[in-house]
Ligand binder design. Structure first.
Ligand code: THU
Length: 135
């Protein structure tokens, strides 16, 4: 059974309650532990122009980068979902930008379910900088 990191779980749970989700009513929280050990949190922020909304993961990544860090050691995502909430496709690519392939990604529900994955497991065959290289 996956036991989520209590610090990441607390940070993601707390920020989730601040999510601005009047349209979907689906609040999401994300917490990152950077390589330094510092914790960065983010929530989804929706917009009446629906595609302009941003995901919780994007908010947490933005907080990390704004603080001067660019390496995700670990990330946890939580929502009031029937099963541990999987990050959307765009967020998988955003996470992969800043995390190693083996970095743990913990998917949680508010009722205590949790599932451990890795960045590689979330985004197999990811597009990376190496695909833009020519010999
Ligand atoms: N959402 C996230 O914040 N992260 C995800 O990985 C999945 C979806 C948000 C976006 C939108 O505000 C709401 O959940 C419903 O899609």
């Amino acid at each position: 059974m996956t036991i989520p990191d209590p610090i990441l779980l607390a940070a993601a749970s707390e920020v989730r309650l601040k999510a601005y989700a009047p349209y979907s009513k689906f609040q999401v929280g994300a917490a990152i532990r950077g390589r330094s050990g510092r914790i960065y949190a983010g929530c989804n922020v929706e917009n009446v122009a629906y595609p302009e909304g941003t995901c919780a993961e994007a908010g947490a990544i933005a907080a990390m980068v704004a603080a001067g860090e660019i390496e995700i050691a670990e990330i946890l995502i939580i929502a009031d979902s029937p099963a541990p909430v999987p990050p959307c496709g765009g967020c998988r690519q955003k996470i992969a930008e800043f995390a190693g392939q083996g970095a743990p990604v913990t998917l949680c529900t508010v009722d205590g379910q949790a599932r451990d994955m890795t960045v590689a497991g979330l985004l197999p065959g990811a597009f990376g900088a190496e695909h833009m290289e020519r010999s």
